[in-house]
Design a protein around this ligand. Sequence first.
Ligand SMILES: [Zn+2]
Length: 159
Amino acid sequence: MKLNTLPVKIEDVAKKTGLTVSPFDFEDDISGVLVIQDGKGVIGYNQSESRVRRRFTIAHELGHFVLHRELSSMFMDKGFSAIFRSANSGLSEETQILEREANTFAAYILMPDRLLKEAIDNIDFDLGSEDEIKNLAKIFDVSSQAMYYRILNSGLLKF
Ligand SMILES: [Zn+2]
C-alpha cells in the first residue's frame, strides 16, 4: 500500500485492511468503537465530530484492530481530547497502555515519518510557531494538537 500522498486516506487504508467503516449517531462523548466478530472488524465513528477528529478516531480504531484484536472483541473510545494526557484517570493501567499504543499507531499512520520529515525539511521549521504547526496540520489533515505532539515526539527536530 502506498502512503505517498497527503493527507493519508485513512478510511481507504482501514477498508483495504478489511474493515468496515461507518458513521454513527453516538450519544454523549463516544468518539468511536471497534467491534470484531469472526475476525472481521467494524469501525464506527461519531459523525458529529470534526473531520480531523473523525480521521484520528478511524486511525485509532484501526490501531486497535491491527495491534489488539486478539485481546478483546470490542473497543469503545470516549473523549480523545485527552489523547495525549498522560494521566487517564479511571482507566486501568493495561487499558491506558492499549490506548497509548492505538494513539501512537494513529499518529504514525496519519503523519508518517518520511512524509513528515520531508515537510519539515522543506521549511525552516520552528516548533514554537503556531502558524507552522497549523499549516502542517492542514497538510496532513490532523489537529494542531496532534501535529504538535507528533513532531515533539518524533526525534525529527534538531536542537
Ligand atoms: Zn482506544
